[in-house]
Design a protein around this ligand. Structure first.
Ligand code: MSP
Length: 500
């Protein structure tokens, strides 16, 4: 069995989760489920990023101890994972001992390889991005404040600092990108990263002394390790002795805002520490609300808990993955969600399942009818899901969830049309043998389509299997099997009620 290791970023605990966090996690979960059904051994990691100035400032603002504050927000992220039906293999917190030891271990490795030196840092720092900002990315507002790329007021930092010899890795990184054109996806992001690195890399400040909330530097506890070096190591620290073989990761899924850390700093750290590089990094786009960035001050933050309470989590997963090609930005609105669900799931798939099962109840006592005498067209039709699987595999490897779903919808649309054109209610009066073939073909198509739909609507597809008295989690290798003739099915009920 092939191993497949995929990761989400670990989420900052400075604030509670919003729909943007749910998005990265749902995409990763969909891919994890797909690979498992495709007979791969999957390790899927997620977790929380709990150190750094941003988290420290938030805890102080809330008047809570760092321990209580990080425990409670991290718990919120765990709760969200449960609510969204995530199948992560582990949940790593950067405040855990297993993580802290791994980070120290990597620091020591970098010291041994003479990749770190002590100097002093002078420059502007963005707490929001937890990043040093170079002069070219700084604007000034009308009060003469220095403003960073994420529109926060920058802080002047002047302190002793350890540096990582990032400048040494510029040529090696460029060479690596050149020979691994799929390392960064989509292609436009690859080009951006290459351009950035070609512009020159300066050594990177990787420790801070003006606050305490972090992992202290081995043998110099006046310094805490830079939060990004700390956080990136989670992808290694989450793998214990039994799971070491999952490294290198097959894919890190990240938002476009944190691509540079993953596609430049992380590979440089790994190269310097003589550790294999991950195989792929995919940067997805951002959700906006009515065209605007989500922000607390604008009061337009979408709360995933409220959304999950109102709609089944499958519907949110389906909408987020279907609406926008992964990699592009998109606008979130509930009316778009409702429109999408009603047309594709209620009127499309739900309607198909409901009418086919109801007719099998009416005409065949709720038992799978015989599939005899299929003509060539019928045979081709029945083979559609299996043929689509090859295309879907390729689309999933490119993380094109919306297009993978479209492949499945093509079969659903064709099936609904087939019902209309073959007029089972007319056949019932004159040709029971043909009626049996038509309805059997359709229920078998539903079974196969449902196998393909599992990663996209996991709890709803389970309900469909239940109606067919099938167990859940049916692997793709079974897509060529047909249902057993005469096997009873359950009386159908509506799985995707129309949202009004
Ligand atoms: N802690 C770092 C990641 C460290 S990984 C070693 C971090 N955390 S975060 O909580 O700010 O963001 C986590 C993820 O959520 C990022 O991939 C980010 O792109 C994603 N999103 C945050 N807001 C988003 C939207 N509005 N839309 C889509 N995704 C967004 O960065």
């Amino acid at each position: 069995m092939k191993n497949f290791y995929l990761t989400t970023p670990i989420y900052y605990v400075n604030d509670k989760p919003h729909i943007g966090h749910a998005y990265t996690s749902l995409a990763a979960d969909c891919l994890a489920r797909f690979k498992r059904l495709d007979n791969q051994k999957v390790f899927f990691s997620t977790g929380t990023d709990e150190h750094g100035q941003k988290v420290e400032e938030s805890a102080i603002k809330k008047n809570q101890s760092l321990k209580d504050f990080t425990n409670s927000v991290s718990q919120e992220f765990k709760r969200l994972s449960d609510l969204l039906n995530l199948t992560n293999s582990d949940f790593i917190r950067t405040t855990e001992q297993r993580h802290i030891s791994k980070v120290r271990n990597i620091w020591t490795k970098l010291i041994d390889k003479e990749q770190i030196y002590l100097g002093s840092y002078k420059g502007w720092y963005s707490v929001r991005d937890e990043a040093f900002i170079s002069e070219t990315d700084i604007k000034t507002d009308n009060k003469n404040n220095k403003i960073g790329p994420s529109n926060d007021i920058l802080k002047w930092v002047e302190e002793p600092s350890y540096f990582f010899r990032l400048s040494d890795w510029q040529e090696k990184l460029l060479d690596f990108y050149k020979h691994n054109q799929d390392f960064i996806l989509p292609k436009s992001r690859y080009n951006e990263v290459v351009k950035f690195v070609q512009g020159g890399l300066e050594d990177l400040s990787i420790s801070r002394t003006s606050f305490n909330w972090g992992i202290s530097v081995p043998r110099n506890d006046k310094h805490v390790i830079y939060v990004w070096l700390d956080a990136l190591c989670n992808y290694l620290s989450v793998l214990d002795e039994n799971n070491k073989q999952f490294w290198p990761a097959d894919i890190h899924i990240v938002g476009k805002d944190i691509l540079r850390f993953h596609a430049v700093y992380w590979p440089a750290f790994l190269l310097a520490a003589d550790i294999d590089l991950p195989k792929k990094i995919f940067a997805h786009g951002w959700w906006t609300i009515d065209g605007e960035k989500m922000s607390k001050s604008k009061g337009n933050v979408i709360d995933p808990y409220k959304l999950v309470k109102k709609y089944n989590p499958d519907l949110i997963r389906y909408f987020l993955l279907r609406e926008i090609p992964f990699g592009q930005d998109g606008n979130f609105s509930e009316s778009l969600l409702i429109r999408r669900i009603n047309s594709e799931l209620s009127n499309g798939y739900g309607n198909l399942v409901q009418r086919v099962l109801a007719m099998i109840f009416k005409y065949f006592n709720g038992k799978v009818p015989k599939l005899d005498n299929m003509n060539d067209k019928d045979k081709q039709f029945l083979a559609m899901p299996s043929k689509s699987l090859d295309k879907i595999r390729k689309l999933m490897d490119a993380l094109q969830f919306h297009a993978a779903i479209e492949e499945i919808l093509v079969i659903i649309r064709a099936s609904n049309l087939y019902v209309d054109n073959s007029e089972p209610w007319v056949l019932a009066k004159k040709d029971i043998a043909r009626l049996s073939t038509v309805l059997s073909l359709l229920i078998n198509l539903i079974y196969k389509v449902n196998i393909l739909l599992q990663p996209f609507i996991p709890s709803s597809s389970e309900k469909v299997f239940e109606q067919l008295y099938q167990q859940n989690n049916i692997g793709f290798e079974r897509i060529n099997n047909d249902l057993i003739v005469e096997k009873p099915i359950k009386k159908p009920y509506i799985i995707f009620p129309r949202i009004v």
